[in-house]
Design a protein around this ligand. Sequence first.
Ligand code: 26Q
Length: 817
Amino acid sequence: HPPVPALELPPTADGFTAQFLRNLNFDGGVTLADASTNDRYLALARTVRDYLMLHALADQQRQAGAQAKAVCYLSAEYLLGNQLDNDLLAGDLAGVAADAMAACGIDLDELRRHEIEPGLGNGGLGRLAACFIDSLATLGVPSIGYGIRYEYGIFRQTFEDGQQVEQPDAWLTLGAPWEQPRPEAAQTVSFGGRTETVDDAGTVRSRWIPEWNVSAVPYDYLVPGFRNGRVNTLRLWRAKATDAFDLRIFNSGDYEQAVRAQTFAENISKVLYPEDSTPQGKELRLQQQYFFVAASIRDFLGRLPEDFDLARLPERVIFQLNDTHPVIAVPELMRVLVDEHGMAWDEAWAVTQQCFAYTCHTLLPEALEVWPVELLGRLLPRHLEIVYRINEEFLAAVRARFGDDEMRIRDMSIIAEFPVRAVRMAYLATVAGSRVNGVAELHSQLLRDKVLPAFAEFFPEKFTNVTNGVTPRRFLRLANPGLSTLITDAIGDGWVTDLERLHELEPLAEDAAFRAAFAAVKAGNKRRLNEVLQARDGMRVGDGHLVDVMVKRLHEYKRQLLKVLHVVSEYEGVVSGRIALADLQPRTVLFGAKAAPGYAMAKRIIHLINAVGSVVNTDPRLDGRLQVLFPPNYNVTLAESVIPAADLSEQISLAGKEASGTGNMKFALNGALTIGTDDGANVEIRELVGDANFFLFGMTEPEVAEIAQAGYHPAAFYQEDAGLRRAIDLIASGAFSGGDRSVFEPVVSNLLYEDRFMVLADYSAYMAAQQRVDAAYADQDGWTRAAILNVARCGFFSSDRSIRDYIDRIWHTPPTT
Ligand code: 26Q
């Protein structure tokens, strides 16, 4: 039969309309006249997917039997953002879709606004995974993204009296048109039970006798490359009770107990843990991790030919570990090779070591994931045995090299003994992987020097850097159509897949007409942001205001408090008469941030931002010249409106704490100037855009280490800096809490007596840098020139470059055609 069914190619408006109506009628079961917005949205989404499926089928035929090496990207999070515009762009379908909707009398923008983004991630790490699968498809690399289809993604944030309230993210309730369930490809994943030893023709082997199973059902998402006919797969697993469970329900006298057991199994993919950075040692979290990696490994091995020699597995796959969350895959692959396929341990270990590589995304010691041996042994007893043996052999190798240095052995052991016996997942990943990478130059250096120094000494060849990147399709081409058109008119559209071509814009920074056009785009983006904010939250950015943006997860190390102190200082300055209102550069400070529900200090900081906003925004003495906006529920969709409208990007983490940051890249690429510390990828951004086009402030990482060493006393900074004192005193006075001094007392006393992230030490440098910002912004034309140079010089931060880097130096998986 013909390889593809009868959808017209190339797509036409008539063909698109016909398919849309078929989907509306036969999939949705409604007529056009009766269709709701949701019906129309679902039919449109299905139609777009149908066209992509055509490419996917052709692609599969081309790839069949090619035996190329594939990347399996293992990530517990994918923060995808909306699919409709992304897929219209990649499939070059936007024009026909617009015509088809017009022909049906449908407002395409209304359908765009109807989409609910799959928020299957917390922040940077999950969004990075989404950018990476986009680049993998665009570069034509055979790859599969594996993850979890959480029924509830990251919570929807609302504010009540300025305080965060979490609402469930029921993103699936109105239908999930982008996914395809593949029940026939379900895998069984086992848990619990015990191990026993068996004598297998003279060799003693261990065998796992698990206690319970769940079924992992794949849900596939199409991941189209940018107009290259490539369509990769994102395979997300959903937990379902197995048939055995169902049978037990059927036969059981204790029906309720049986149903409870079913609920228990299905809880595994129920909800995304909303913690970022600090791991929660929850049993369910370990279940999630093992659930998705066990299913993924089985799934991938099932794609190999029946008679495939597993000794050659490294020729066919690399499993990339996105942080430690999927690291239980290491003992799982060992178990499959040794226990299920009878491979000798040493050979299996050699194979396993070549099949994994590990990316670390943190620098905070408390963020390194550990699993108590007690828990691991209960849930995955065979895996614990395997980890013990890996550790034994590794420590023997350490001894062979360094002698019986018990300090070193304790330091390097995969098993921590204190406070409880626990498996250090980062150590396991480092020992098992062929490569360990950090996500920015500085981070990779600190990883070698501070986080894993003993391992860097033992395995120097493993350690490397791959600086993060962002996809230019979503974060420039789609999010900033005005700038995209301006760029394309100037240098052609090759930049969309070759972002370094933005360098060709550099000379245009000196062209007054181009600067005027660029400034007009920024102004238009601010109007567009205002439409979104107005409709969403009844907020707006002030006319002629400098738009100053800090959007990222709420965490003390990111130092939203430093930004708050700046706002409070400016406010206090005007109110006290030290700053003449006319001298105040009109600014709108926009925050976006979710706090982990269990992170009390982060939630208090959210409360404080809202409290400061409600006072500052309404004080007539400020006359609207300083505004604080905190739209709730910052997500990928809001980011796409906010980032293109920003003038100033706040990247103010304490030096040595932010592994990379990726928001920083998105802002610079969209022509915002950065005020930032010497941290993460800020370092590389500044090197590329030049000091003149970046507002650097604050201590360097070695300076931070030095005062930490000497003993840091935040109260001294409070005593010595009158401006700082006035700002903190104003918060402490209850000025932002209706006179109640107790509300923000914990924030204030934490700053004065602990201040782990040295907000007070960097305050005066930050204030001075903000003065430089105000002065620079007063010269609008000069600002625009600097903004253009930011765009022109940030092509390096394409995730296409990151992925090429992984391919060349870690994966060795060339693109296929
Ligand atoms: C682990 C165990 C239990 C519960 C939660 C977690 C958990 C979940 C998410 C731990 C960490 C995360 C997310 C981390 C993260 O987003 N890190 C960011 O990764 C970005 C991409 O590399 C970097 O740019 C950021 O600097 C880094 O903070």
